[in-house]
Write a protein that binds this ligand. Sequence first.
Ligand SMILES: [Zn+2]
Length: 331
Amino acid sequence: MESQESDICPQEDFEMILGEPGIDTLVNSAHEWTDHLPIVVDPTGELPVRNEWAGVHFFDVKVDLTGMHKKHYVYSHKLNKLFVDMGKVVPFQIKWDGQPGLCVRALMMFSVADNLKHPVRRCLTHKHVDDPSNINYQYSEHVLATENDNASYEVNESSNRHSVKVPLNSLQHGCDHILVNYKFMCKTSCTGGLNRSPTDVIFTLENMAGEVFGRQIVGVKICSCPKRDKEREEAIMADPAGKRKMKVKKEDKGQKTLEPPTKKIKQEFVEASPYSSFMITAINPQVAQHLKDHIRKWEEVKSVEWSLPGVPSTPLIEIIDNVAVLPQPYQ
Ligand SMILES: [Zn+2]
């Protein structure tokens, strides 16, 4: 894949590069030069640009909430983040000024600094040809899929980043966007794939030569309980210390409760390795500390699993209120 991006260098940056703003003739001729030979950055390269940019075509991307099926996906305006179940269709509104001959590229990218340079890839379990998620899905290496029949799936051979491009047909009268249906074919918790690391989808408006004219970003978490996870992450954002109070049900009359009326939940992210982090939720601080101390052991167990091709992934354990929960595997 050899697409290219054009970002016209702003005048002040250009003057800084030249270092001699007094040389008017040189500056003026150089501005004309940048109009014709834009600075090139690869949108699927080693470190794709992440700043949002509407550009001259007023490019914008939004999750379509008009027919939102809350069980399958929800969107958090506070976090600019989509929470979606694996394999479920999510319509996105792609807005631009209607200029013909353009397309929209969607690329998944890790959003945590340590993982920025790693491409987002499917886990061994889900990309296996016999996995149910690959029935009627031939692009088994791509986490991000679309239902658009004219889409082209691309892999950058040097960065190994996967992306999908959809041509933009002309806008219909009275409508400023078209809908593109996307699906996510792994979970954020997939071991050996997303490895619980947060991700974004980078949307770029491009012409057929791969020049970029706009860019928008939407965070995404792929999980079994989108509504629950959205509420959790919004609560963590509202209280960064990661501590919440939980109301305890009143005991029946005549029975004394051993619990205080409220108690704090220990909740924090723990880095197990440079490639994964775990959310620890436990009502007992000692349980939380014990989990924290031993989380690297869990990573060691998983590394054995990764080295055995074809072995189904063991679901990650979540501890809530001292109860270990094994998430249901994808059906
Ligand atoms: Zn997976």
